[in-house]
Design a protein around this ligand. Structure first.
Ligand SMILES: [Zn+2]
Length: 351
């Protein structure tokens, strides 16, 4: 027993010693670790200060860069627009090839400016964001600054992109806005020409019932000899602008159709979001949400039915306009209309 007590005693002493030793070691380790972490923090602070500067610097440079590019695009647009207008007017080719080449050239330059910003964004914003995110602890205040930088830089790109898109759209629509004027010029020149169209045999004025854009033979009402009527180059262009002109005149109908399509997408999105929100709601609230979803789905069904009907109305109106502009092609227009509207309903039915 004594031996055992002795052993126990020694054991107890050993245990005490061990515990003291452990606690001393722990303090030493803590001191060492503390020194280590404070060095790391210091180093980190320095790095984060650099990053903070870098974020601010990048933000300033990015905005300056997009603004400069936008300015360049606007200069290009302002310079090109009057030149394109003049070229469109003077280009006697019925396809307006030179004008179209020049137009796509300017649009290409605009798109190159946009690409430049897109590439810069990839390198200077996207890559940097990954790099900085990796360095900044998510709890650190700088993390919020980086998020804001990311948000602002992207928003600025969206704004810039939209501004370039608008310039591009305005260039393309400028020709469209000229269509009515061009059509009127064709009609005026045709009317002037037709009054001067005289029989080569007897000199009687020849009657031309409607506008032609191809060579036609007209019999003289007095001496019955055949005369060839050659429309002006402007009148020959009628067949090429007729389609664009008809579509332009019916644009509000196309817009109504597009809005109906958008409505369908919006209703789908709303119903979808309601379903997601309902997950954590009470049973009573769930039932209410379900009712609201039913209502939205019914509206959506209506929009789905309505959209092809609206598109068909648009096609019908375009066909009517084409018949007015080029009555001699009525049969062709009607055939096109039946084909196109048939396709719409076939697609919708097979969906
Ligand atoms: Zn005659």
């Amino acid at each position: 027993m004594a031996n055992n007590d002795e052993f126990d005693e020694t054991d107890e002493q050993d245990a005490k010693w061990l515990s003291n030793f452990m606690s001393k070691m722990q303090k030493k380790a803590q001191a060492a670790f503390g020194a280590l972490t404070s060095v790391a923090e210091e180093k980190n602070d320095e790095e984060l200060d650099d990053l903070r500067e870098e974020i601010e610097d990048r933000q300033t440079r990015w905005f300056a860069f997009t603004n400069k590019l936008e300015e360049r695009a606007k200069e290009l647009f302002d310079e090109a627009l009057p030149q394109l207008r003049a070229l469109r007017k003077s280009d006697e080719d019925i396809y307006k090839s030179n004008y179209n080449k020049a137009l796509s050239g300017v649009c290409g330059q605009l798109s190159a400016i946009r690409d430049k910003a897109f590439k810069a964004k990839d390198k200077e914003i996207v890559d940097f964001n990954y790099y900085a995110k990796d360095k900044i602890p998510s709890s650190h205040s700088l993390s919020k600054k980086l998020d804001k930088f990311w948000y602002d830089a992207n928003e600025e790109f969206e704004r810039f992109d939209m501004a370039i898109y608008e310039l591009d759209k305005r260039l393309l629509e400028d020709a469209e806005n000229d269509l009515e004027g061009e059509y009127q010029e064709i009609i005026d020149s045709f009317n002037a020409q037709k009054g001067n169209f005289k029989c080569s045999q007897c000199g009687a004025t020849l009657q031309i019932e409607r506008i032609f854009f191809i060579d036609v033979n007209v019999a003289c009402g007095v001496c019955a000899s055949q005369n060839s009527f050659e429309p002006s180059s402007q009148a020959r262009r009628l067949q090429f602008i007729a389609n664009d002109l008809a579509k332009k005149r019916c644009k509000p109908l196309l817009k109504a159709y597009e809005e109906e399509e958008q409505k369908e997408r919006d209703l789908y999105q709303q119903a979808h979001e309601l379903r997601l929100n309902a997950i954590h709601e009470s049973a009573r609230r769930k039932a209410e949400i379900e009712k609201e979803r039913d209502r939205l789905n019914k509206l959506r069904e209506e929009a789905i039915k309505n959209a092809p009907r609206l598109y068909s109305l648009y096609l019908r109106a375009v066909c009517d306009e084409l018949n007015k502009i080029l009555p001699e092609f009525k049969e062709h227009h009607e055939k096109m209309y039946i084909e196109q509207s048939g396709q719409i309903f076939q697609i919708k039915e097979s969906e």
